[in-house]
Structure formats: C-alpha cells, structure tokens
Design a protein around this ligand. Structure first.
Ligand code: NCD
Ligand code: ZN
Length: 349
C-alpha cells in the first residue's frame, strides 16, 4: 500500500519525551520540534534539575520566550518535575495545581545524563508516589537499574523485575509511562499490565540495532541510554509501535549534545533526532508497510493516556528525497543529527 503513497496527512502529533536543554542551546533546537509537534513533554534533567513547580514554571517561561511570536500560542511545552529522594508530597499538590506540570520523572541516580540528583532508593519516595497516585499525576520512568554488576544490555529487563513490578503492585492506580523502551521484555511487560501502564518508543530504537554502534568503527553518535539492543528487540518494538495498541506511543527522546562532548574518550549518551522526528518514524513504519498506523501512535494514543485533548490541525508528510545536513549549530558548537549527511525519503511540509 505505502509504496504508492506520495503523501500522508495526519492530525498534528505530540512528542511525549523530549530534551530541550536551556539558554542558547534551547534556542537552537526548539524550532525543530515546534514546527512538527503541537506539544512536547519536556524532560527536567537540566544541569540544575527542575525539582520544584516554581522551577518548572520558570523553565516553561524560558521555552515560550525562545519561540518566535507566531508559534507562542501554537506550541505547548508540557512540564515535568525531577523526582529526588527529598521530593515532598506537598510539591506534588503544588505541581497538580499549577496547571503546567503534567508528570514527574524518575531517574535512578547515576542512570544517565544529569541524573546524579536522581532517586537512590525508590522506597524513599513512597509517600510522594502515593500522593501522585491520589492526584493522578503520571510517573515517567527511566527504566534501567544502575547496579554496575548488571550487564548494560540487561539493565532494562532487570529494572522490570526489581522495581517496576513492585511499583505497579504497590500503586495500582498510579499512571506510569515506561519511557523509551528498548526490549521485547518491556513490550511484553507493558502489554500484560493494567491500562495504567504505557510506554514511549523512540525513532532511533525503531530504526537501529546495536550493530549501529560499531559500523566500521565506534560510533559515538549512535550512543544513547538505554543503549541500542539486538535486532530481535528492535523488531519487537516495531511490532508494538505499529500494532495499534494504544499503550505504545511516540516519544523521541531527542537528546542533543555538542559534538565535542560526544566525540570523547568518555562521550555523553544521547541522540539528536528532533531535526527529522516524524520523517524518521515514517521511515520505520514504512519498513513494515504500516504507514496507516502512524497517526494513532504519533497523534492519538499519547494524548489519550495523558487525558489531554487530541489535536485538531494536521501535518503533511510528503515523499521527497532530501539530505540531512551534516551538522547543525548548537550554541556555537556543532551538533550531529541522526542520519547526518544521509538521505531520507519523507519530509514534513
Ligand atoms: C538523555 C540526555 O542526554 O539527557 N540521554 C539519552 O541517552 N537518552 C537522558 C536520558 O533520557 O536518558
Ligand atoms: Zn530522555
């Protein structure tokens, strides 16, 4: 079917997991997202993490001010709080009443970029999680154990066993988004859980397997967390994304880092995909002839899970070959996008 499609018109999508950074970096990456998506869930892992509603409000204002005037009323950042051992239940009430904070993010301490302030032991957060359950604020989880004795490719599976199962039992009414899932184990877990549990899937985990990390040499721009997995897992993710199951929806996890911080003896985790987010998802969906499933995944299921209205305007993806630039500007540094200097065959108008 899709080989005959010259264009695809869908309701405007939302990005349910995005890193925008701050300051000049924010200004340089924000437009890529704002011109495709109506809304995005903004991750709170800034250098100084966004731990209070007040900080989320200030960050929200900085994001809106970084937009050109025409887009200020059109793009909506959905803010999150960074959960720490010390987040109080009263902060959850403030977040709920703010009207701009949509969710709270759990980073196990040390799991990824800027996660040092993360949770050291989830049992320290039980009162706060109980308040989230009561206020019906979703918990977004970076689902990897940080135990250095666990193989890096097994950390997601182990997180399900050690933490996620327990959380869903303790807090059966808490809505949880298992973020950027990377394994068949995560797909199965989400499928068999209650309707309170959903998952986001990135474009890069749909398009690449772990071989991409070592294509003719080590590839720092394919390094992200959770790390790319085996082909069997990529296929399971793609099947879940195109299945029409509303528990799986779009979250790019676009995570820009300057080239100088990626090409290092110890380089940062994170892949920048916002420059071509919908084009990359369309490429992945087309591989399994499922472009007709893109709209639900990108534009409906996330809004439904977050209990927000679906968007009403549309975007059009057109079949058109174009070259991804080899780099973008990032506060005076270079930013290497996914598929830099390679050709894509879809373009958002
Ligand atoms: C993210 C970042 O750079 O902020 N990196 C990544 O590899 N995904 C953090 C995160 O979401 O884990
Ligand atoms: Zn992320």
């Amino acid at each position: 079917m899709s080989s005959f499609l010259t264009h695809l018109k869908i309701i405007r999508p939302d990005d349910w997991h995005l890193h925008l950074r701050d300051g000049e970096q924010l200004k340089d990456v924000l437009l890529y997202t704002a011109r495709q998506f109506a809304r995005a869930v903004i991750m709170p892992n800034l250098r100084v993490p966004v731990v209070t509603t007040e900080m989320a409000q200030a960050y929200y204002t900085r994001i809106i001010s970084a937009l050109p005037e025409v887009l200020q009323s059109q793009f909506q950042p959905l803010m999150t709080l960074y959960l720490t051992d010390n987040t109080q239940p009263s902060e959850i009430v403030r977040a709920k009443n703010s009207g701009i904070v949509q969710a709270v993010k759990l980073y196990p301490a040390g799991a990824t970029t800027h996660s040092d302030a993360g949770v050291t032991n989830i049992s320290k957060c039980f009162k706060t999680l109980a308040e989230m359950e009561k206020q019906d604020i979703p918990l977004l989880v970076h689902g990897e154990v940080t135990d250095p004795n666990i193989d890096v490719f097994d950390r997601e599976k182990m997180f399900i066993e050690r933490t996620l199962c327990m959380l869903t039992q303790h807090f059966p009414q808490l809505r949880i988004v298992f973020e950027h899932i990377t394994t068949r184990d995560a797909v199965e877990f989400v499928k068999q859980s209650s309707e309170k549990i959903a998952a986001t899937i990135t474009a890069h985990h749909l398009l690449l397997n772990r071989n991409a990390l070592f294509q003719g040499g080590i590839r720092p721009h394919h390094y992200c967390l959770p790390i790319l997995k085996r082909e069997t897992h990529r296929r399971a993710l793609l099947q879940a994304a195109v299945s029409g199951n509303a528990k799986f929806f779009l979250g790019t996890d676009s995570a820009p880092h300057a080239l100088v911080n990626k090409e290092q003896s110890c380089g940062c985790a994170g892949i920048f995909t916002a420059h071509a987010a919908m084009e990359l998802y369309a490429t992945a969906f087309e591989q399994v002839d499922a472009l007709d499933k893109l709209e639900g995944f990108a534009s409906f299921f996330g809004a439904d899970f977050y209990e927000l209205p679906r968007n009403t305007d549309t975007i059009t993806l057109r079949r058109k070959n174009w070259m991804v630039p080899e780099r973008y500007d990032f506060a005076g540094e270079a930013l290497i996008p996914l598929y830099a200097d390679a050709e894509l065959s879809w373009k958002v108008e």
